[in-house]
Write a protein that binds this ligand. Structure first.
Ligand SMILES: [Zn+2]
Length: 146
C-alpha cells in the first residue's frame, strides 16, 4: 500500500491509499478519483515540499523583519538627531536642571541627562514629568561617554 496526498482543481488536499503507484494513474484515467470535499474529478498528486516552503517562509519573514528594523532605525535616527539638535545634555545635573526649569529659575528648554532612580521619583513627586530616554534615542556622541 502506498499513500498519496492528492489535490483537486479547487485545491482541496486529501489523502488516498493505493495498492501500488500505477493504481493512481489507472484510477485517474478511469475517472474513479473524486475529491471528497467538492466531488471534483480533476485530481492530481499534491506536491509536498514542506522543507522548502518553510525555508522560504522564514526567509520572507526575515526580510520583512529586516525592513521593519531598518524603518525603526531610520525613525530612531531622526529622533536621535532631533534630540541632539534641540536638547541640551546636562549630564548628571539632570535633576537639578529639570527642577530649575520647572520652577522657572531657568529658561525652558529640552534637556536630557542622567538621574538616579531616587532623583527621578523625587522629581515625579514634585510634579515634574520625566521619562527615561531609550538608549536607541540617545545621541551617538553622548553614548560613548556613558
Ligand atoms: Zn475539491
Amino acid at each position: 500500500m502506498i499513500k498519496y496526498s492528492l489535490i483537486c482543481e479547487r485545491e482541496h488536499v486529501f489523502e488516498a491509499w493505493f495498492s501500488r503507484g500505477s493504481d493512481f494513474d489507472d484510477q485517474k484515467k478511469s475517472g474513479l478519483l473524486i475529491c471528497p470535499i467538492c466531488a471534483d474529478k480533476t485530481i492530481d498528486k499534491a506536491i509536498m515540499a514542506p522543507a522548502i516552503s518553510t525555508a522560504r517562509k522564514q526567509e520572507a519573514m526575515m526580510q520583512s523583519q529586516k525592513k521593519a528594523m531598518s524603518m525603526m532605525n531610520a525613525a530612531a535616527d531622526k529622533i536621535r538627531k532631533e534630540i541632539a539638535n534641540k536638547c541640551e545634555n546636562v549630564g548628571d545635573k539632570f535633576a537639578e536642571e529639570a527642577r530649575a526649569i520647572h520652577y522657572g529659575e531657568k529658561q525652558e528648554r529640552g534637556i536630557y541627562g542622567q538621574a538616579s532612580p531616587d532623583e527621578s521619583s523625587a522629581l515625579k513627586d514634585e510634579g515634574i514629568d520625566v521619562s527615561p530616554l531609550p538608549n536607541i534615542f540617545v545621541p551617538d556622541a553622548d553614548k560613548k561617554l556613558n
